[in-house]
Design a protein around this ligand. Structure first.
Ligand SMILES: CCCCCCCCCCCCCCCCC(=O)SCCNC(=O)CCNC(=O)[C@H](O)C(C)(C)COP(=O)(O)OP(=O)(O)OC[C@H]1O[C@@H](n2cnc3c(N)ncnc32)[C@H](O)[C@@H]1OP(=O)(O)O
Ligand SMILES: O=C(O)CCC(=O)C(=O)O
Length: 238
């Protein structure tokens, strides 16, 4: 993925062109992260023994190009997921270098994981917003915030309803992190028709049709079933 600030640039050859690697589940070296026993021992507390890696990312947050597009709007990851129950899903996010407010660390609204899934859409940002970076339409701006300043190798685990995002990278370095969204293989797919998730379903279907020449009718659930990979136990449902 390229940052929206350079997405239309003629040609950018170096690492500046890559702000995120997504779906590395078939890359043996990167996928080792998802199978690390040091990570799985915590993940299992949420998922139980049948563990699927549903979504993988290596995030290379670029130095902001001056339009604040390196920010990640406040969101709940469950917005992207057509599977439940939410309590059996967990994200691990590991800092690959020191992260702090200067290079755009994670920001969380503590306690919000006990709430409900909120409506998401593109925020109305003057400088533009990255494709598929939906944000919560309304959240309480007075809610206390915690900035997760972390050392290289530190890992945070969080619930898919937790409202979180990340700030602008005001340094000249690339802020790298690696993450995996895990779910219990016993989770089940849901139909998001008639829910607040319809907008993301439509967008994923459009991308699948364009990018992978799949038919327009690919199901949102199938887009996830295709990418999910078992890391422990049995693939019972997802
Ligand atoms: C099997 C089918 C699968 C289909 C999957 C589709 C992706 C699903 C993403 C799910 C994410 C779940 C995450 C849950 C966890 C929480 C989060 O991480 S929240 C943020 C989630 N969103 C993302 O991570 C989006 C990451 N972005 C991408 O993966 C890619 O940008 C892309 C959306 C897949 C598009 O990439 P690609 O199709 O390769 O783009 P191009 O062909 O280069 O360009 C097409 C078109 O779009 C313009 N563009 C490119 N990059 C951006 C950008 N960053 N912002 C805005 N616009 C962009 C580009 O200029 C082209 O435009 P044109 O007018 O057609 O020329
Ligand atoms: O790494 C970041 O900047 C944000 C990541 C994030 O919000 C997510 O993975 O859901």
């Amino acid at each position: 993925m390229r940052d929206v600030a350079i997405a239309k640039s003629e040609f950018v050859k170096d690492q500046k062109a890559v702000s995120k690697l997504q779906d590395f589940q078939e890359d043996p070296e990167l996928f080792r992260y998802c199978s690390l026993p040091q990570i799985l021992k915590y993940v299992e507390a949420f998922t139980g023994p049948n563990i699927m890696a549903m979504h993988t990312m290596l995030i290379n947050k670029p130095p902001d190009a001056g339009k604040k597009t390196s920010r990640h709007p406040m969101h709940q990851d469950l917005h992207y997921f057509p599977f439940r129950p939410a309590d059996r899903i967990v994200c691990s996010w590991t800092a690959m270098e020191k992260v702090d407010r200067r290079n755009g660390c994670l920001v969380v609204l503590p306690g919000t994981h006990k709430g409900t899934l909120k409506e998401h859409d593109y925020p109305d940002w003057e400088g533009g917003v990255n494709k598929m970076y939906h944000g919560i339409r309304d959240y309480d701006p007075q809610h206390p915030r915690v900035h997760l300043e972390m050392e290289k190798g530190d890992t945070v685990f969080f619930h898919p309803l937790l409202i979180h995002g990340s700030g602008m990278n005001s340094t000249q370095g690339f802020r790298k992190a690696i993450s995996c969204h895990y779910a219990s293989a016993d989770c089940y797919y849901i139909d998001v028709k008639g829910t607040t998730q319809e907008n993301i379903e439509k967008e994923v279907q459009e991308i699948a049709a364009r990018k992978y020449a799949m038919e327009d009718s690919i199901k949102f659930q199938d887009a996830w079933a295709l990418r999910g990979r078992l890391v422990h136990g049995e693939r019972t449902s997802l």
